[in-house]
Design a protein around this ligand. Structure first.
Ligand code: SF4
Length: 154
């Protein structure tokens, strides 16, 4: 719900959030925003503070903390019976969990891109909220790379 309200262009608070977060120039305020963001994300998603957030692409599952290979476009092919090959019997594969969270598989096929752009490691430990609205994160590449726009899953 928070994502829909603030981070979707049609959300009621999208414009105000964009205006606020892109106008911040003061280093102390940026540090404060970063602290608040990661306080909640660490609590809720076991966030690794990568600064280029994929939660909205993966049904609120973090690929940095929950996939040992940090795959953005998984699964890797090693999972058996839904278990991660690195932690068999301990952790379920992130991509199996994503699939289970989808209400409808059609939802996945209807997305504008099937292959997600790579993470920008230069954004590590910076605020992904600010990076998103400033057009610095992978969402920017999704918009630029028209060639992947209509690519569908096999
Ligand atoms: S994708 Fe990055 S910013 Fe988002 S929850 Fe995971 S580590 Fe944190």
């Amino acid at each position: 719900m928070v994502h829909q309200l603030f981070f979707e262009p049609k959300g009621p608070f999208f414009k105000i959030a964009a205006r606020m977060l892109t106008s911040v120039k003061n280093k102390k305020t940026i540090r404060l925003i970063t602290m608040v963001e990661y306080f909640f994300k660490e609590l809720l998603y076991d966030c690794y503070r990568c600064g280029d957030c994929y939660l909205s692409d993966l049904e609120l599952l973090c690929p940095q903390s929950q996939c040992p290979k940090r795959l953005i476009n998984g699964p890797c092919g090693g999972s058996r019976g839904g278990w991660c090959e690195v932690w068999p019997g301990e952790r379920r594969c992130l991509y199996v969990r994503q699939y289970e969270r989808l209400k409808d598989i059609e939802e996945l096929f209807s997305r504008d891109v099937a292959i997600l752009p790579p993470r920008d490691w230069g954004l590590d430990r910076t605020s992904s909220w600010i990076n998103f609205f400033a057009g610095r994160d992978h969402h920017r590449l999704r918009n630029l790379d028209e060639s992947t726009k209509n690519e569908k899953m096999p």
